[in-house]
Design a protein. Structure first.
Length: 299
């Protein structure tokens, strides 16, 4: 952790959940942290915690779905703490809806928040890193970026897109000769090349579910969906492994570790990861399980 002392790190979605916990850990490590989110009051409270733990902090209130505001964030961060060493794209959110009722507006809103916000960050900071030869982007994606789940179509699609642009950015940097050099992961704290790290958490205990917009259109539909969700949570061991939540702190610790020992991809929920990847290899099993849960949920 001491290797992060005085490093300048930007964190979006820093006012709560994983982002806030990452900021606290960075504060404990003595880092200089630029915190960004829309809620100025909560942002200021987390910044105060960062300072009390030994770090430095500055806040910037912005909407990450707007490209101009991401560039303004980068400018503010640089003006306050100088060159940016790492940027953590953590802001995200979802809308609960059925695919047959998904609207263009909702789909695009999730795409802007969960994918384009990271693309704008690449464009804001990577050009300056190309000149100096090093830097790190961390995209907080989701296992939803590897497999879909019922009622989360727009969220899953946007996270799949985030996973794809991270892979693409890595390959383009490598073709430019700016990918990590041999031995890059064995020398903690001394980054060589530009690294894009994509993090794939599973279900996490946070405010995400509370903040998620519910587009279920009728009381009957809401009751039916709730019954299916309850069945999922009490279903087979396979399903429980996927639905079992882990703490924001465990995810945050994994992210911070990846800052001083960088990796390309990071899976933080082993059980859920195995289930999701197995589902990609055996999609029929997922469909049969979903059909069974649907029938029992309506019973």
């Amino acid at each position: 952790m001491r290797r992060l002392q005085d490093k300048h790190i930007v964190v979006t979605g820093a006012s709560s959940g994983i982002g806030a916990e990452v900021c606290r850990l960075l504060g404990k490590a003595g880092a200089r942290v630029t915190l960004a989110a829309r809620n100025a009051e909560r942002l200021a409270a987390v910044a105060g915690e960062v300072r009390s733990l030994g770090g430095q902090a500055t806040c910037f209130t912005c909407d990450v779905t707007r490209r101009d505001e991401i560039f303004a964030l980068a400018g503010h961060a640089t003006n306050i703490f100088g060159q940016i060493d790492a940027w953590i794209n953590n802001a995200g959110g979802g809308i609960y809806h059925r695919m047959l009722e998904a609207t263009e507006e909702d789909m695009l809103a999730q795409y802007r928040l969960n994918c384009l916000s990271s693309l704008w960050a690449y464009q804001a900071v990577v050009p300056s890193w190309i000149k100096r030869g090093w830097g790190q982007i961390v995209d907080v994606c989701s296992l939803a970026g590897k497999s879909g789940f019922a009622f989360g179509g727009g969220y899953c699609a946007s996270k799949h897109a985030l996973s794809a642009i991270g892979d693409t950015m890595r390959q383009e940097l490598a073709l430019m000769g700016l990918g990590p050099v041999p031995g890059w992961g064995s020398d903690p704290g001394k980054l060589k090349g530009i690294v894009v790290t994509t993090v794939y958490p599973g279900v996490t205990v946070s405010d995400f579910s509370k903040n998620r917009v519910n587009r279920a259109t009728t009381p009957e539909q809401q009751a039916e969906d709730a019954a299916i969700t309850r069945k999922m949570k009490s279903g087979s061991r396979l399903v429980r492994m996927t639905m079992g939540a882990h703490s924001t702190r465990s995810v945050a610790r994994a992210i911070v570790r990846a800052l001083f020992r960088p990796v390309f991809t990071l899976y933080t929920h082993r059980g859920a990861t195995l289930v999701v990847l197995a589902g990609n290899l055996a999609p029929g099993l997922v469909s049969r399980t979903a059909a069974k849960l649907g029938r029992s949920g309506r019973a």
